[in-house]
Design a protein. Structure first.
Length: 165
């Protein structure tokens, strides 16, 4: 099996497949923004099918941990280690330490990110643990985050654990 996941026809996923699933993550990010939250979205894909969706809901749920990836994994429900081992996790933004740690705990082998310019999580560590990291470097994801950070710097700082000045 290819390390970049399989589509619904059992073929290795390509950039076009990844962009399709990233669009679903972007839709989640936009939903979070409409709800008054931070515009980061995530989907979990197994066998070419989305099995979990989520978006950052820390603000909406007054949660300390409900980042997009955490929400997505929670919404996917309880899965076996065998299931996680063939999944791909998509996120509009490079996952933070917490979300990376969760993906590593469940041994999700592939993470596809929309961008890592506005924030970069522990990508080198993920790679050192055998995760294939694919950065689509999408302008749409960058612009979504840049606009949010400019308009709500205090919420952004809170989300990534930075003390506001």
């Amino acid at each position: 099996m290819s390390t970049c996941g399989m589509n619904s026809q059992g073929k290795a996923m390509n950039r076009s497949d990844h962009k399709q699933f990233m669009q679903a993550a972007i839709a989640e990010a936009r939903m979070g923004l409409q709800e008054g939250g931070i515009p980061i979205g995530s989907v979990l894909v197994k066998g070419g099918q989305i099995i979990g969706r989520g978006h950052n809901r820390r603000v909406q749920k007054k949660s300390a941990v409900l980042h997009a990836e955490m929400d997505c994994l929670e919404n996917a429900g309880r899965l076996s280690a065998k299931d996680y081992a063939v999944c791909t996790l998509y996120s509009t933004l490079s996952p933070c330490d917490m979300c990376t740690g969760t993906a590593l705990l469940y041994k999700i082998p592939v993470m596809v990110i929309g961008e890592n310019e506005t924030f970069q999580g522990p990508e080198a560590y993920s790679k050192s643990r055998g995760v294939q990291l694919i950065n689509l470097n999408l302008d749409e994801c960058k612009q979504l985050m840049r606009n949010f950070i400019r308009q709500h710097p205090e919420l952004w700082d809170e989300d990534i654990g930075v003390s506001s000045t």
